[in-house]
Design a protein around this ligand. Structure first.
Ligand code: HEC
Length: 149
């Protein structure tokens, strides 16, 4: 392989998600991107509650709204038929649709509760742990049943 082909390959990789060959515009690419944004948003929020980042009330409240919006979005990007490659979604997502939808709704309910909890002014970190843990629990519950690691 020449240096030039290597460079071309490297550049192609940059445009594909993590060089995994996933088209970012495909349903898989879109839902992965939304899931990643959910992770980044919740990581910063957890960081504030655990003292890794300074607590910033308005920023935390804005992130809660963002997380709540993101929580509505991945589900529409699960197509009728499971992709063959690059997905870590278990076949159960398609076989147990009702259960999957239920866990998706649990997440949406928990992020809505988190938004409500952030409407207190001035917002303090105390009391946000519980609602945040409920959100995390909703992520984990679904991953345990429906995601391959
Ligand atoms: C109702 C089920 C469900 C809930 C709730 C859920 N996830 Fe997931 N998540 C999945 C499935 C299924 C996949 C695998 C997607 C794929 O590869 O097709 C996934 C994948 C991911 C990934 C990997 C994305 C990638 O790049 O491959 C991250 C990160 C993630 N989820 C974060 C979260 C976070 C954070 C939450 C909660 C705020 C959450 N998820 C809630 C089902 C869920």
């Amino acid at each position: 392989m020449t240096l030039k082909t290597l460079t071309v390959l490297a550049l192609a990789c940059l445009t594909l998600s993590a060089c995994g060959g996933v088209d970012p515009k495909s349903p898989l690419g879109q839902r992965k991107s939304i899931f990643k944004q959910m992770l980044h948003t919740s990581e910063d929020m957890n960081g504030m509650l655990l003292g890794r980042l300074p607590f910033d009330g308005p920023q935390f409240a804005a992130s809660a709204v963002k997380l709540d919006q993101l929580a509505q979005q991945p589900w529409q990007h699960f197509p009728k038929v499971r992709e063959e490659d690059h997905t870590s979604a278990k076949p159960e997502v398609w076989e147990k649709q009702a259960r999957f939808q239920q866990l998706a709704q649990n997440l949406e309910a928990s992020t809505a509760e988190l938004v409500t909890a952030t409407r207190v002014q001035p917002l303090k970190a105390d009391g946000l742990d519980g609602p945040m843990q409920k959100v995390e629990g909703a992520c984990k519950a679904c991953h345990r049943e429906f995601r391959d690691h």
